[in-house]
Structures are given as C-alpha cells and as structure tokens.
Write a protein that binds this ligand. Structure first.
Ligand code: GLA
Length: 381
C-alpha cells in the first residue's frame, strides 16, 4: 500500500497491539491496579522520511489521506483519526526531538471503537516509528506517557495509563499486573493450556462514552477529596462507609466500585498464578456487576453477553466473563476452557443474535508482546 501511495518502498514498519483488560476497570486513573494483556491484533504504521517538512498519512481503514506541517508545533486538525498521530508528533517536538517530514500508511486489525484500545495502538505504533525517524529511543514508560498525553490533548479523553502502557510494555504469554501509581508492572503468566481468552465484541458503541468517562473521573476525584486521600487507591471500604454521610449517594457508589475493584484485581492476579480458575471467574462476574450497578458504565448489550456466559457457566466451559474497557459498548472478555472454545463461541453468538438482533464478533487471543519495529529496510538516501 505504501508503494502505491508514495511510489517507493517504506523504510520502516512499526506495529503496536491493542489490549484486553482481564480485570481492574476504571481503576487506573485512581492510582490503582489493572491486569491487562496485549492481544494479537495490531496497528501498523509503515513510513519513510520525505524531503518536505510535511507529514502525509494514509489510512487503509478509512481510505482517507491527511497532511500537516511540522515546521511549527503540530496542532489538532482533521480528519479526527489524524489527531492520534498529530498528538504523538507534537509530543516528540515538545521533547525537543527533531521530526522531519514523513509519509506513512496506517493499517489495523484492532477493532475500532471496541474497547480494546485501537487508539493507544495507533499512538504507540506512531511513537515507535518516530523513534526511528528521530533516531532516538525513548524510555518505555516515558513513551507510554507521551502517548497518553496525546490522547488527553489531541483526542480530548482524560484516560489513565493502562492502554498505552500495555501496548508498549506487554510481554508474550503474560498479563501485566500494573500498579498505576508506581508504574511498575509484574508479569503474570497466562500459559495454562486449559484456558483460552475469548473476546466478544458487541459491535455497539454508544455515543455517551467520552463525556461519561470524564464525569466518572471527576466523581472519583471528589470522593478522594472528601476522604482526604491522594487517590481512591488509598481508601478502604471502612473509611468509605465512615464518610457515607458526607457524600452524595452516586459518588459513594463510584468510590465503592473502585475500592472493591482494586481488591479483586490483586486477588485475581494471585489466583491466576495458582490456576484457581473458578474463583477467578467469580471475581470477573463480581467486577461486571460492580461496573453495571455501582459505576454504571455497562449497557444492555454487554449485560446480555455476560448473562449468556453466566447462564452457560462452568458446565459448558465458561470460567468467567465481564465487560472490558471504558464501557457503553465494545467488548466483553471471557476465560473459557480451551476444549470448549469453538462450541462456546458459536452458542454465545447465536444466543446474542436471538436476544439483540445483531451479530457479535468473537475471537480468541493469546497474550501478545508490546510494540516493535517489524520491518527495517536499508537507507536509500
Ligand atoms: C479506557 C482508558 C483507560 C481505562 C479504561 C477503563 O480504556 O483509556 O485508561 O481507564 O478505559 O478501565
């Protein structure tokens, strides 16, 4: 595609994965714990420097081409997907790194808008390409933070660090127990051949998502202020219940979700290591219930998937299931007994279609590695 658009071969191709979060939802921006893994779906950015001080991007997914100048500080612009790239280029400029003009073609197998971090995959793939263009390797955590800033400033979503961190630092065959305060990750082996990670994409995306995300974040911050802690990570159910009269009932429930979800996440990381799958499953369902009732970021379609999974249960090979990502549509993640995966996927698909009238997309994945350069050609200049 690059050759077709630009009449020469790309010099580099960078790839960055999407992610699925096994548990620990809406805890990252509360300095808490998350347990994501990268999925075997990638965004690739093939590129080469050009001789102008201009960036030209072509998206295979949308068929659109975008251009912007790098003569001065890059700004937001159109089309909207180009902002993920613009934001990362601006981050490199802010760090004083010289970004020449370049041409790039973006392609992706990460479902867009599915709660599996297609935007982080694009940011991180871009940053990986820019490391070569600028001839400067960033520290991995700094790279994740630079991409997170792009999301804040150029896409307007005040996200936590989970998605970008996972896309940069994921390890094959492992989930990462990430402490979002210290930004340290403990790899958790996911090599039990008896268990397969199955992702069920509801294929719906409700519009609410960005505004609600910011409002949840504000509610958490106001709970932390009332509890006089730096972040909800430092609160306990006890301290929360002592302060019940001082806070709005909704803020109370938001905080209860975050506190209990942090506990579940640490517990699940331990239970995976001892292959206690039934208990892992229970906690995944509990996480979903808490996101549905206390945090209120689920939706009918995601609840339907989880209800179907729960009613099939261990008997039919389903260990656990929950919504994953920001919510209001997108995907559910399920752990399934490997020998039952095909039948489970077919049954969930049929049942979901009967109940909602629309088709889910279902795929399994192993934990993938983080971003890397997958092609590095010879310099021709
Ligand atoms: C989005 C954000 C993450 C995280 C999740 C919810 O994916 O980008 O930082 O907050 O939602 O867990």
């Amino acid at each position: 595609m690059f050759a077709k658009c630009f009449g020469r071969r790309p010099r580099w191709t960078a790839a960055a994965p999407g992610r699925v979060n096994l548990i620990g939802e809406h805890t990252d921006y509360n300095d808490g714990f998350v347990l994501p893994m990268a999925i075997e779906r990638y965004t690739t950015v093939a590129g080469d420097r050009n001789t102008k001080r201009e960036v030209t991007l072509h998206s295979v997914t949308t068929g659109e081409t975008a251009s912007f100048s790098v003569r001065s500080k890059v700004q937001r612009g159109e089309p909207s997907w180009s902002n993920y790239v613009r934001g990362v280029v601006a981050g490199f400029q802010e760090r004083g790194l010289k970004i020449s003009g370049f041409d790039a073609v973006i392609d992706s197998t990460v479902p867009f808008g599915g709660g599996v971090s297609s935007s982080a995959a694009l940011e991180v793939a871009t940053a990986t390409l820019l490391e070569s263009i600028a001839d400067e390797k960033l520290d991995p955590i700094e790279k994740a933070l630079l991409c997170q800033r792009a999301e804040h400033q150029f896409a307007g979503v005040p996200c936590g660090i989970m998605d970008q961190f996972t896309s940069v630092l994921a390890q094959p065959d492992h989930a990462l127990l990430l402490d979002c305060r210290s930004r340290t990750a403990t790899p958790v082996s996911m090599t039990d051949p008896a268990i397969t990670v199955l992702i069920i994409n509801s294929n719906v995306r409700h519009k609410l998502v960005d505004g609600v995300y910011a409002s949840r974040r504000n509610q958490c911050e106001s709970a932390a202020r009332i509890l006089k802690v730096a972040a909800l990570r430092d609160a306990t159910l006890e301290s929360l219940s002592d302060a019940r009269d001082k806070m709005d009932a909704v803020v109370f429930r938001r905080a209860r979700h975050v506190i209990t979800e942090n506990e579940r996440t640490l517990e699940v990381a331990r239970l995976i290591q001892s292959a206690n799958w039934p208990k892992v499953g229970e906690l995944m369902y509990a996480s979903h219930t808490s996101l549905r009732d206390d945090y209120q970021v689920s939706c009918r379609e995601l609840d339907t998937i989880v209800e179907i999974a729960q009613s099939m249960g261990e008997r039919e090979g389903i260990v656990g299931c929950r919504m994953t990502g920001a919510g209001f549509g997108g995907c559910a993640v399920s752990l399934v007994r490997t020998e039952a995966v095909k039948v489970v996927a077919r049954k969930i698909g049929e049942s979901y279609e009967n109940k909602t009238g629309s088709m889910p997309t279902i795929f399994s994945t192993r934990p993938a590695g983080g971003a890397r350069m997958i092609f590095q050609g010879k310099s021709v200049s």
